[in-house]
Design a protein. Structure first.
Length: 253
């Protein structure tokens, strides 16, 4: 146990150093880099952060090639780094609370994140318009349809509102299934970020993980043309559940 805690402390130290390195890149190098060079830095930084925390990445399927809405199930604050290690161009829709996270907020900003203020009911409409503009321009936008994190043992109901951006622009939606496992469990408890768990607690638990593997499976895209958004959400949820091998609970009315 002592050795495990010592290893976790070492990982956290390297994590902080790598985070500060990323901040320096964003503040001092990004302004001089071409778009392709920025994406290369995002891919490298995200992949290394996973390795620093002792997380191996396994990717299956074909990632999106642009002009696509990516829908991923949500487990941890590390999910964005898992996706960016493979699809650095993805612009995530994130809750506005992330702006208050030290260090991480500035790094998230640099990736063109679109923020959603959940407390404002009409803010979703503004974000949908921004997403539609990005998709129309051929960009890749990524969302977590569950709207919050789960334990990874199942899937929460999918919210359909943000899918309207894809439907309005006739953009394909590609589901992706994410699961963290470790040396002892098919679903790693070390990666849970649910309930009253704080970011600091989650970071410590992640650093304590043993043999954690992030498995990201890109599934075939779905055509959004002429599909009602709730039905599209249902299909995407079924796709991801099938890839994860989990049983679905009936969605909320």
């Amino acid at each position: 146990m002592a050795l495990r805690r010592l290893r976790a402390v070492g990982r956290l130290i390297r994590c902080v150093v790598h985070g500060l390195h990323g901040l320096a890149i964003v503040l001092f190098r990004f302004p001089r880099l071409a778009p392709a060079e920025r994406l290369a830095r995002i891919r490298w930084w995200s992949g290394k952060m996973l390795r620093v925390l002792g997380i191996a990445l396994r990717v299956e399927g074909t990632p999106p090639g642009g002009g696509c809405l990516l829908a991923v199930n949500h487990i941890s604050w590390l999910d964005i780094m898992v996706v960016h290690a493979v699809v650095p161009e993805a612009r995530f829709v994130s809750k506005a609370d992330v702006k208050a996270w030290p260090l991480i907020s500035r790094l998230v900003d640099s990736a063109g994140t679109l923020y959603l203020e959940r407390e404002r009911k009409r803010d979703a409409l503004r974000v949908v318009h921004a997403m539609a503009e990005a998709l129309h321009a051929g960009q890749t936008v990524a969302i977590f349809p569950e709207g919050t994190t789960s334990t990874g043992h199942g899937l929460l109901p999918f919210h359909a509102n943000l899918l309207q951006a894809a439907i309005s622009t006739a953009t394909p939606v590609q589901p992706a299934a994410l699961r963290f496992s470790d040396s002892s469990h098919a679903v790693s408890a070390a990666m849970e970020f649910v309930g009253a768990t704080t970011l600091a607690e989650s970071l410590w638990n992640s650093a304590c993980g043993d043999g954690v593997v992030a498995r990201l499976v890109f599934l075939p895209p779905r055509d959004s043309s002429g599909v009602e958004r709730r039905e599209l959400a249902r299909r995407l949820r079924a796709d991801i559940a099938g890839a994860l091998g989990v049983a679905l609970q009936p969605p909320e009315a």
